[in-house]
Design a protein around this ligand. Structure first.
Ligand code: SF4
Ligand code: SF4
Length: 169
């Protein structure tokens, strides 16, 4: 089998996504009909093929549009790294929901500089897991996955490979 060469041109991916919005809406409906377990297995197999071929540190695109959630431990660790008290850190960076959920209050993420994460060792679990194609229940995340199809080369390549493997036209 020929070696897999991913598409990493962000302009191409954005333009292709724009041209294929209707097709992708049809594709989402097509995927909703598939068996959860079989689809998860295929997505995880493709993620293992695609992810190692793409360098997130050369991209950083998701950090411009991700709604980043964090927990108390992550917030305290990063505040310490930044030599800030939790009060300072929280006031500057966090939005708190009534249910205790905490999200970053800015988008793009304030820790992104020149497309690089400046707090890489302290980035949050949500950042580490994104685009989460290695996790089960892919179908439950169709909305967020396709929201980033036009800007995440990992998602773009995995989705295009699923189309090929499933003979979607
Ligand atoms: S913390 Fe780092 S990896 Fe996470 S969104 Fe911000 S810049 Fe991106
Ligand atoms: S997860 Fe996707 S959008 Fe985010 S840095 Fe990696 S390739 Fe880019």
């Amino acid at each position: 089998m020929a070696a897999f060469t991913p598409q990493t041109d962000l302009n191409f991916i954005r333009d292709f996504a724009l041209l294929n919005e209707t097709t992708n809406d049809r594709f989402k409906d097509f995927l909703r009909e598939k068996d959860d377990q079989e689809l998860d297995t295929l997505v995880q197999e493709l993620d293992a093929l695609v992810s190692p071929a793409i360098s997130c540190t050369d991209c950083g695109n998701c950090c411009k549009s991700l709604m980043v959630c964090l927990n108390e431990t992550e917030a305290t660790a990063l505040a310490g790294h930044l030599h800030q008290t939790r009060e300072e850190f929280d006031a500057r960076y966090l939005e708190k929901g009534s249910n205790g959920m905490m999200i970053m209050n800015q988008m793009p993420c304030p820790f992104l500089s020149e497309d690089k994460c400046t707090v890489y060792e302290y980035r949050f679990e949500g950042c580490r897991e994104f685009p989460a194609l290695h996790l089960p229940h892919f179908k439950r995340r169709l909305f967020t996955t396709f929201m980033h199809y036009d800007r995440c080369p990992i998602i773009f390549n995995v989705v295009e490979q699923i189309k090929e493997r499933m003979d979607f036209e």
